[in-house]
Design a protein around this ligand. Structure first.
Ligand code: MN
Length: 459
């Protein structure tokens, strides 16, 4: 039993001064607790948050010629240092492969490696009749979300509109939430060809090659397809406020549509591509301008963005040496900084309230991906996944002090307000003041229940 004392408990509804008592792997009580025999864990001056859910990570990803330096062990260890207690990773279904075989293979890769609990999203690349008939079994097996890519034909991730539409038609009744990487492939390929003809293939042209128009078009298309199919739809890693506005309008008209953005779109802008290190910022979609970023913050505060993920993807910079933007495997590390950056740039700067922080990186991801109330909240009976966050500490990001094997950080040199002091997973302290006390393999697969979120902003 642990008794976390003297902190301020943050929930989506309120800030509560009080203690949290754990009993074994679960939360036993909050507020004034009766706790003879519990081990005290002082949190004076600190915030006590639900364990963070990073709803968008790629722990071990092969794309094109490269495999991420981060694997399940190194990425989930970095996550633990950042207060993340549940990560939702992606399973790639290869062409012709059954959904369930892909999921079983991914779970086998994670087995014995992971420091924190994890869920899975299924990346759908091939929708034959056999696979569509698997949808119900996939959901019953604890994977209630699938992702489709509207781009990446060359690397095999792309799913054509007809296949995507057929998946949506099956999804609604099955309790599957279809999530979408929205970028119109034809627009991207056309723009890329134009830049190649002009000899503009250096890494600094990455953002110019992927205009916001491509994202916004695919979001509109996805909203239309999902509405026609009667299915809920969720758009991952949105970079453009125009995408968020389209989703907001659809919601107002009664559609079940959800929006996710990522830490980097809220904290970095496209000016970095003209700087000395464009190789640090090669994610898709790319970073946008300062005005767009401000609008994303407003949308986050207003509840028009449901979730924030890191899109953690631990390629190292040497895997980009000598490549032009057309050959790079995109992705950046970031799971360890999801909470600190959202706190520092969001809460400490007055852009979002602490309760909204907890909503977008714990409560809403738990609800949307079927983990609520076991994960994402601080109530008796929930898993004792907790973070003690010291809002007073101020520090500067240095990749040397982070834990991803990517070996660099796009946030290098940024000053951060507040720091993760202690991370608790199922009642066990797994990280405390720079020391890892958990072990790889202690993390478990957490099955998600079918999509049926209560209390999520939707029409
Ligand atoms: Mn991603």
């Amino acid at each position: 039993m642990l008794r976390i004392t003297g902190g301020t408990i943050v929930t989506p509804e309120a800030m509560i001064r009080g203690d949290v008592l754990t009993d074994g792997a679960q939360i036993a009580a909050i507020g004034r607790v009766d706790a003879a025999g519990a081990t005290p864990l002082p949190a004076d001056g600190c915030l006590v948050l639900p364990g963070i859910i990073d709803c968008h990570v790629h722990y071990l990803l092969t794309s094109g010629a490269y495999t991420t330096r981060d694997d399940f062990a190194s990425a989930s260890r970095a996550a633990a240092a950042g207060g993340v207690t549940t990560a939702i990773d992606y399973v790639t279904q290869h062409k012709g492969e059954s959904f369930q075989a892909a999921i079983a293979g991914r779970r086998a890769e994670a087995e014995g490696q992971v420091y924190i609990d994890y869920g899975l999203h299924l990346i759908v690349t091939d929708v034959g009749q056999g696979q569509l008939d698997e949808v119900a079994a996939v959901v019953a097996g604890g994977v209630p979300s699938a992702k489709v890519y509207t781009t990446y034909k060359a690397s095999g991730f792309y799913l054509d509109d007809w296949s995507w539409y057929r998946l949506l038609q099956r999804a609604g009744a099955a309790g599957l939430l279809v999530t979408v990487h929205a970028e119109n492939d034809d627009l991207l390929e056309g723009r890329k060809a134009e830049l190649v003809r002009a000899g503009a293939t250096a890494l600094r042209y990455h953002a110019e090659a992927r205009p916001a128009l491509a994202e916004v078009e695919a979001v509109h298309r996805g909203l239309l397809l999902a509405r026609s199919a009667g299915a809920p739809v969720y758009f991952v890693h949105l970079s453009s406020p125009a995408s968020v506005h389209a989703i907001r309008e659809a919601r107002r008209a009664g559609q079940r549509a959800f929006a996710e953005t990522c830490t980097h779109y809220l904290t970095l802008t496209d000016e970095v591509y003209a700087g000395p290190h464009p190789e640090r910022y090669l994610m898709t979609p790319p970073l946008r301008g300062a005005a767009e970023q401000q609008e994303l913050w407003r949308a986050l505060a207003a509840g028009d963005i449901d979730c924030v993920g890191s899109d953690h993807c631990g390629y190292s910079l040497d895997q980009r040496l000598g490549l032009d933007f057309t050959r790079v495997s995109p992705g950046i590390p970031g799971t360890e900084l999801l909470l600190p950056l959202l706190y520092s740039e969001g809460v400490a700067r007055g852009r979002i309230a602490p309760s909204q922080l907890v909503r977008v990186i714990a409560d809403a991801p738990a609800r949307l991906f079927g983990l609520y109330p076991r994960k994402g909240t601080i109530v008796p009976g929930a898993d004792a996944d907790l973070v003690i966050y010291d809002p007073a500490e101020r520090w500067t990001v240095s990749a040397d002090a982070l834990h991803s094997r990517a070996g660099y950080s796009p946030y290098e040199g940024l000053t951060v307000q507040g720091r993760v002091r202690t991370t608790i997973s199922r009642g066990e302290v797994i990280y405390d003041r720079g020391q890892f006390t958990g072990t790889p393999g202690r993390g478990r697969f957490v099955p998600g229940r079918p999509f049926a979120p209560e209390g999520v902003a939707a029409g």
